[in-house]
Ligand binder design. Sequence first.
Ligand code: NI
Length: 192
Amino acid sequence: MALRTICIWPDPALKEIAKPVEQVTEETRALVRDLFDTMYHEKGVGLAATQLAVPQRVLVIDLDPKGEATKDQAYADELADWGFTGPVALINPKFLEADGKIDFEEGCLSVPGVTETVQRKGHVVVEAQNEKGELFKVDAYGLFAVALQHENDHLDGKVFVDYLSKLKRDVIRHKMERLKQDRDGEASESVA
Ligand code: NI
């Protein structure tokens, strides 16, 4: 298990446009494992390689990280409606279809403690490669469609705060600066 550090917005690494993975190798699989490990550790439902300052087109999603669907039939039904069948890694995702509209309150591990409503497509069909390099398709609705668009945005150097007003973004920027100062303060204390 390897945890990696998640870049906090507005880290310039988050603006980088990720490059396609030319060949899925053991290194790619290690990156996928680290993405899952880091995402679960930080209690997120999605993570893109860009957020680890690795500019490669790789993302992971798990809409049921605590396994609630096994105890909660309503949530299991909802996941099924969204087309979500379990933890998934997408390498070189490509959107084949996108339609409908959905408003969803989003958060991001790169913008901790902030949630804002963003409008996305309500249905997407995405083709990607799996950890073996094989092509597969996902047909996603609801939160699954939102997560795919949110994470794919990261691969294009975009963060959900880019959709907000400048005023909101400035408030969030200050919040992140304070958070960074607190974290840097803690780090220097632990050194001393
Ligand atoms: Ni994010």
